[in-house]
Design a protein around this ligand. Structure first.
Ligand code: SF4
Length: 457
């Protein structure tokens, strides 16, 4: 499963482009396919949008050209729209109400329907991304200015969105009424900053102020900050997977620290599925399961150790040797330390199992270095369906837990025992109101209506 995107925005700093650039660095884990920044100096807009990693796209001369006191940025992992440069963000549009650019984290669930209607009315789309719909709705609104047409447009959207917009006057930030994806507001002195995760604030020395509330549109200009209501719902649907895996553990999202919640998920997992007698150590699949494994070790009183080492320098693609090497894809990312693991009985903690193929390879790797018993523990429930709210998930057909019961998954992985964290255990670990979460990929209870074209395959 891949996080789809990260967004950030800055208002009121001559260094706006650099602050957004650094924020995107801190959000790079949310998307590694493309990145972009748009700035405004009050009259024109400047932009640099390209495929690749933040560090490769922006150099000093590029950032020097991105002048202006306000800026927005985006890192992308494509979900809706596919992978091509036209779909990279921010997307800029010239409208009757002025120039506007948008960056989006999430996925609109009525975009196909809206797009069809807009096209019938003569709209010409530049991209295949769902995000462009909001610009067309904005352009078509009979309201004037920026805020009112935008409210008009946002009220017609269904699904998950954390948006940042830039106009020549300032920046705007909006979050869907269910608050599916995170979006936080911070300050550095008088400068306002907005970002998907607060790890971006830490890097640029910003102070966390609050969440952009679900259903809120924030408008920040030289006049100050104004808050507007898009729509309110009683029910919220924060993505629980942000706590399980996607967000950085040093971030605060939905108002709570990820590290503490992830550690509690590990503790709860140990209470629900304790290690069998004779277990020598608890090891994580690094890095994403490290914090949950620590919680598991703490609660069970069994030593936490690193037995698998992850290489941090592997990109998304690599050229395999001509002669096939067994489990090469897993080996290039992970290696097992024989000296630490030989003849040991271990609990292996992971945050989730998607297809099961990587876990199986890792278990084989552990067996090869002489691990005796592998007891696998997963710090979330079985993933049984796809996400339609902005996470790139395989289809139902490819998800192992959608197709096999736990015992068969255990046999496929080649482990001695396998246990998952319960849904209630996962939700209780957040310490928050449990009804305020989306758990659809674990439960098939989709909190936001899906249009017919979004099929389960
Ligand atoms: S379906 Fe799963 S990944 Fe998608 S928003 Fe809901 S909890 Fe998050």
């Amino acid at each position: 499963m891949h996080e789809e995107c990260g967004v950030s925005a800055v208002f009121g700093s001559p260094d706006a482009a650099r602050l957004v650039y650094l924020s995107l660095y801190a959000l790079q884990h949310r998307g590694q396919e493309a990145a972009g920044i748009v700035t405004s100096n009050g009259s024109g807009m400047h932009s640099k949008i390209s495929m690749g990693l933040v560090g490769d796209i922006f150099d000093k001369p590029t950032l020097d050209q991105l002048t202006g006191n306000h800026a927005i940025g985006h890192v992308r992992y494509s979900t809706a729209g596919g992978s091509k440069i036209q779909n990279c963000q921010p997307i800029i549009a010239n409208t009757g109400n002025g120039r506007l650019a948008v960056a989006h984290n999430g996925n609109l669930t009525n975009a196909i329907q809206l797009r069809k209607k807009l096209e019938e009315q003569g709209a010409i789309f530049q991209t295949t991304s769902d995000t462009e719909v909001v610009l067309h709705l904005f352009a078509k609104s009979k309201e004037t200015g920026f805020v009112r047409p935008l409210l008009d447009a946002l009220r017609r959207l269904e699904g998950a969105y954390s948006f940042v917009f830039i106009t020549k006057k300032g920046i705007l930030a909006a979050r869907d009424p269910y608050g599916v994806r995170p979006l936080s507001l911070g300050r550095i002195g008088k400068t306002w900053v907005v970002a998907s995760e607060t790890s971006a604030f830490d890097l640029i020395g910003a102070r966390y102020v609050r969440e952009v509330e679900p259903g809120e549109l924030i408008d920040i200009t030289a006049k100050g900050l104004e808050s507007h209501t898009i729509r309110t719902t009683k029910q919220k649907a924060h993505c629980v997977f942000e706590y399980v895996y996607f967000s950085r553990p040093d971030s605060k999202i939905f108002g709570h620290n990820v590290y503490e919640i992830r550690r509690e998920m590990g503790r709860q997992l140990a209470r629900e599925a304790p290690p069998p007698p004779g277990t020598d150590m608890v090891i994580p699949i690094p890095d994403s399961a490290s914090v949950a494994a620590m919680g598991y070790a703490e609660e069970s009183g069994i030593r936490y150790d690193m037995g698998l080492i992850r290489s941090h320098y592997v990109g998304r693609t690599f050229i395999e040797p001509r002669q096939s090497i067994r489990d090469f894809g897993a080996k290039i990312k992970y290696n097992a330390v024989t000296e630490a693991l030989a003849n040991k009985n271990i609990v292996l903690v992971d945050d989730s199992i998607v297809r099961g193929t990587t876990s199986r390879k890792l278990v084989r790797m552990l067996r090869r270095v002489g691990v005796r018993e592998v007891h696998m523990r997963i710090s979330s429930p079985p993933i049984i369906d796809s996400c339609f709210y902005g996470i790139d998930t395989p289809t139902r057909k490819e998800l192992i837990a959608a197709n096999l019961p736990v015992e068969k998954i255990r046999a496929y992985l080649g482990v001695n025992s396998l246990a998952y964290l319960s849904e209630q255990g996962m939700l209780n670990s957040t310490g928050m109101e449990t009804k305020d979460f989306c758990t659809a990929c674990f439960t098939r209870r989709y909190p936001i209506k899906l249009e017919k074209a979004l099929k389960h395959t």
